[in-house]
Design a protein around this ligand. Structure first.
Ligand SMILES: Cc1cc2nc3c(=O)[nH]c(=O)nc-3n(C[C@H](O)[C@H](O)[C@H](O)COP(=O)(O)OP(=O)(O)OC[C@H]3O[C@@H](n4cnc5c(N)ncnc54)[C@H](O)[C@@H]3O)c2cc1C
Length: 414
């Protein structure tokens, strides 16, 4: 028997187990997947938890439920990857050999990267919503908060779902309006970027929405430290932004396991070929999702598109054939804008998000880069799609792994 080992049973690892179990002959291949936690979290739901839009039950399920029966599921912390021996060590002392390794260990927040961030006021008046614990603690805080200066902040890029902090600011605007206390809350969005988003056309639209909702914008803010005693964040140019409640997105980093194993860059992301998803150092090691250093968005939708292409490449690799260089960085994200509306963006490595229609070029029905109720319904439907289709590797109708250029209004290049 040969061994295909998947590290991490989050979005990407679970999808890969489901894809591969039906494609690899059972008599030849044993598939094993390892994760440290029993619980699988629906991370996009962490955006809604603080505003009491989702309950805790809606964002977590038993992870084993999504792992196919013929896959060996191991619950333990992964200690070390030893590529020279084709082996992985687990915390309980088990050693797992592999012929092919898929690393899907994602990334997570590292608030200790900024002085003062996770000091004595962490989860008192400094919160994140990128973890289950953080989102839940913030929900409790918002329920009793009486208003003041709310600062929504991004530490540095890349982060998972790069639009989530912006969505948080939009949702905060409608949350406080609905509570009849918007006049008591001053919202500021602070970013290290020179605008609201990483791509110019979407940045313009999003900037307009921030203005419309009376959310102040502080750009090019490269945080140096949090002065938790005086409630202000300070950047390297000595600019200061005061807060009463700081909702920050700390630095995102790959798991320390990647550093321990000597497989990562300085942020613990794994150098990976951006079109084939084979790692750069080892031809029998592949990486997918947030764990890679590829220049695509760190998003569940991206992992879903990657999984289709990686599955094909694993089969080609097993047959000794050349890998397909097909992943184009396709990302498809709903941006919740509050008051029951959302935008939709669809882009890839070479094309930024523009206006147009999706998924059908002429009829839509979803509009790209325009606020609509239909897009909001799409965002809400994504939770059902995630639990019932995405994790199981079921294709999402009419949405292709590579981006469809039709129906999009790209600027003419003269
Ligand atoms: C607030 C928020 C909002 C988001 N919104 C959206 C959205 O609207 N749309 C969208 O597409 N995406 C969204 N995302 C991003 C999406 O959730 C992630 O991109 C996706 O989950 C990445 O999948 P992954 O498998 O790479 O990593 P993960 O799903 O994080 O899985 C990694 C797994 O590896 C395990 N692991 C790591 N290290 C070890 C170790 N040493 N030992 C054992 N196990 C280990 C972890 O326990 C985890 O289960 C959002 C994320 C957040 C935080």
């Amino acid at each position: 028997m040969k061994n295909l080992l998947i590290l991490g049973a989050g979005t990407s690892g679970t999808m890969m187990a489901n894809h591969l179990v039906s494609k690899l002959p059972k008599s030849e291949w044993q598939i094993t997947i390892v994760d440290q936690y029993k619980t699988h979290y629906y991370q996009p739901g962490f955006l809604f938890l603080p505003f009491d839009i989702y309950t805790t039950k809606q964002v977590k399920k038993n992870g084993k439920k999504f792992i196919p029966k013929n896959v060996n599921y191991v619950q333990d912390e992964i200690e070390l990857i030893r590529p020279e021996a084709n082996e992985v060590d687990l915390k309980d002392g088990q050693v797992l050999p592999y012929d092919i390794l898929i690393i899907a260990t994602g990334c997570k927040i590292a608030p200790d990267e900024v002085e003062g961030m996770d000091g004595p006021n962490w989860r008192k008046n400094i919160f994140d919503f990128y973890t289950y614990e953080g989102a839940k603690a913030l929900r409790d805080k918002l329920r009793e908060w009486e208003g003041g200066k709310l600062v929504v902040h991004i530490t540095e890029m890349p982060i998972k779902c790069p639009v989530a902090p912006l969505e948080f600011a939009f949702l905060a605007d409608s949350y406080f309006k609905n509570k009849g206390m918007r006049d008591k809350v001053d919202i500021t969005f602070v970013t290290p970027l020179d605008g609201a988003f990483t791509k110019p056309t979407a940045t313009k639209t999003l900037h307009y929405l921030l203005e419309e909702k009376n959310i102040k914008e502080v750009t090019n803010f490269n945080i140096e430290r949090v002065d938790y005693e005086n409630n202000k964040i300070i950047d390297y140019a000595d600019e200061e932004v005061p807060y009463d409640l700081l909702v920050t997105t700390p630095t995102n980093m790959g798991d320390p396991l990647i550093e321990r194993s000597g497989l990562g860059d300085d942020m613990n992301y794994i150098p990976t070929h951006k079109a084939s998803l084979q790692t750069k150092e080892h031809e029998n090691i592949f990486a997918i999702g947030d764990a890679t250093n590829i220049p695509a968005s760190k998003a569940g939708s991206v992992a879903h598109f990657e999984a289709d292409i990686l599955t094909e490449n694993i089969l080609l690799y097993i047959n000794g054939e050349p890998l397909k260089e097909e992943f184009d960085g396709h990302a498809n994200c709903f941006i919740e804008t509050g008051n029951g509306k959302a935008l939709l963006i669809d882009f890839n490595y070479t094309h930024e998000p523009v206006e147009g229609k999706f998924p059908f070029p002429s009829v839509g029905p979803l509009k790209l880069l325009k606020e609509s109720r239909a897009n909001h319904m799409g965002k809400m439907a994504f939770r059902w799609i995630y639990w019932n289709m995405l994790l199981k590797g079921t294709p999402i109708p009419f949405v292709s792994s590579t981006m469809n250029e039709k129906g999009k209004k790209f600027e003419e290049v003269s």
